[in-house]
Design a protein around this ligand. Structure first.
Ligand code: FES
Length: 275
């Protein structure tokens, strides 16, 4: 059942435990526009739901995929990122990079099975207090319809979000997304601009690869597993798992724990070389 179906099934207000549930939303707002917009919203007495907790950052591009996945991993139901309108960023191109980073966050949420509607990016200027209140109201209603995040109640969802978080920290994804804007606008060292569609395909494939490898490590850390077991739990073909295991073994990230008959069972190697 998808998150949306789950929400529709249970109606608008959800129940978590015995208490009536309300969405927990975290808003990261850039200092120069969106935070000032939120401030104006308060001064102008526009109302908005109290479900949101605001965090001020100097620029929207300071919000990394790692931070967002960490906050989802801690149980947030929704995350709002607010920045200056394009071409108005205090740091010139900061919010263009934010767009690229948010694309990666959405990719990672997709592979982790979290509805990407739980993440929203909005441009709100210092004079748009009313817009800020409207955005928060709309987003809160959307989260109420979507229901509680399953991170705290479903171990597999928790493991997937942790894996997406680890994948976001890999050098390959950081380098690709960090250079995406420049590769598309200025080109590579030879001045050749990349085809956006081709680059999207490269980042999509890299995201899937890194996520799957991180999930193998996450699951084999919890309990040793064979290739077949990993394929079944992750619902992906065993030849893909095997390809990942070969690379993880080469990098000394996973090792055989014990054989079960003729089948090797793998365990993640933890820091310090101990299994
Ligand atoms: S300073 Fe507002 S988005 Fe960069």
């Amino acid at each position: 059942m998808t998150e949306k179906h789950h929400a529709a099934h249970h109606g608008k207000k959800k129940v978590a435990g015995d208490k009536e549930w309300e969405p927990k939303i975290v808003g990261f707002l850039c200092n120069w526009c969106s935070y000032a917009g939120a401030d104006l919203c308060g001064v102008s007495r526009f109302q908005y739901p109290t479900n949101i907790r605001l965090v001020r950052v100097m620029c929207s591009t300071r919000v990394s995929p790692h931070l967002v996945l960490d906050v989802f991993g801690a149980g947030a139901d929704g995350i709002l990122i607010g920045g200056c309108h394009l071409n108005d960023c205090h740091y010139m191109t900061g919010n263009f990079h934010t767009e690229k980073r948010v694309n990666l966050m959405e990719r990672l949420l997709r592979v982790a099975g979290i509805d990407e509607a739980r993440l929203r990016l909005e441009w709100v200027s210092a004079s748009e207090g009313e817009k800020f209140s409207k955005v928060v109201k709309e987003f809160t209603e959307e989260m109420q319809k979507l229901g509680p995040s399953k991170v705290c109640t479903d171990d597999m969802v928790k493991a997937k979000v942790a894996a997406a978080d680890d994948a976001s920290e890999t050098f390959r994804l950081k380098a690709l997304v960090g250079k995406e804007f420049n590769l598309l606008t200025k080109g590579n060292a030879y001045g050749d601009k990349l085809d956006p569609e081709k680059l999207t395909g490269i980042i999509d494939a890299a995201t899937e690869d890194e996520f799957e490898r991180a999930l193998i490590l996450e699951l084999a850390r919890i309990r040793p597993m064979s290739v077949k077991q990993l394929g079944k739990v992750m619902d992906i073909p065993t030849d893909r798992i095997l390809r990942h295991i070969v690379l993880l073994r080469q990098n000394s990230e996973i090792a055989m724990d014990h054989p079960e008959g003729f089948t090797p069972v793998y365990k993640t190697i933890t820091i310090g070389g101990e299994q």
